[in-house]
Write a protein that binds this ligand. Sequence first.
Ligand SMILES: Cc1cc2nc3c(=O)[nH]c(=O)nc-3n(C[C@H](O)[C@H](O)[C@H](O)COP(=O)(O)OP(=O)(O)OC[C@H]3O[C@@H](n4cnc5c(N)ncnc54)[C@H](O)[C@@H]3O)c2cc1C
Length: 328
Amino acid sequence: MGIGSNLISIVELDSNGFKHSSFETIHAAKQLSNAGWGPVTAIAFTNNNSLDTKELFQYRADKVLLLVHPSFETYNRWAMTKALESLIEPNSTILMGATIHGKELAASLSATLDAGLASDCIALEPGENGALTARRPVYAGKAYSSLTLEGDKHKICTLRTNVFRPEGPDTSLSGDPEVLEVSPASNLIEKILEVSKSGAKKDITEARIVVSGGMGLGEPANFKLVEDLAEVLDAAVGASRNVVDEGWRPYSNQVGQTGRTVSPDLYIACGISGAIQHIAGMSSSKCIVAINKDPYAPIFSIADYGIVGDVLEILPLLTEEFRSLLKP
Ligand SMILES: Cc1cc2nc3c(=O)[nH]c(=O)nc-3n(C[C@H](O)[C@H](O)[C@H](O)COP(=O)(O)OP(=O)(O)OC[C@H]3O[C@@H](n4cnc5c(N)ncnc54)[C@H](O)[C@@H]3O)c2cc1C
């Protein structure tokens, strides 16, 4: 059985429902659809055959396909790859978020389907005869590469989160999903035994505001100052690699080349030097604020606003100021 559409958005769920990156991939697919490509099918993996999918329609998916199997209670790379393998119609374009899971699933699908893959895209441009040109940051964000996927093989792209911003939901839109019970389990080579949560309140790759701390905080207890500001701003907490290596914060907080890539509206770097490997993970933030006691710290070269001073003194002042400004 085929999916009946060549434009596919793979959507992701967490305990709060669909992740925002899902709506971003639908939006990016819809832009291609509006340029004359086919309708957009959003595909969700779930163990719940009555999953509420109205948001996917409201974010303008033309069709929704629920692939249902007990193993889809959690992310399951191999089972998901196997379920998609037999369903994807020839010459399909498959978009998913450049999230931890999206990046792995895209690579797995690319190998399984022998398809071209452009990862961490920040723009997509449709070309002649179904060609698709993807723009992606390379060399730790110092340059951009344009990569064209063409020919009649599948095309797979992962999209940097917070870049393909959709319009809000259109609540007049609705639809019924197609529900397909799949059975990818016969040749499973991976089984999820346990899922442990990091304890982070917000995923740094999805947050609109990230407050990140570095070694300039001096000691782990001072991260409380970063957490306080993050709480007032409804932000996620990030960290430099050295902080993570020291065990002050979990790896899921790490921003940078060997951590996560973030593109929030506002990134506040607190006591972070701005090494190239850190900048690689946050330079596409819309507005960067840096607090550092060294006026020559490299972070100031990419900051929109810089505060030269002691982060331990400045953070409580900022938190109080925002608290009174944002008071309901
Ligand atoms: C292969 C490789 C991959 C890497 N990947 C990553 C990565 O993914 N992410 C990452 O972050 N790094 C990564 N790094 C490490 C990177 O090179 C830097 O070492 C690291 O980012 C530095 O962390 P930091 O800025 O917290 O610490 P430091 O370099 O020690 O900087 C601390 C800063 O705080 C300032 N400061 C000190 N006290 C105060 C104060 N009281 N008030 C205000 N400011 C103060 C100092 O002036 C300084 O600028 C990688 C390195 C390598 C080699």
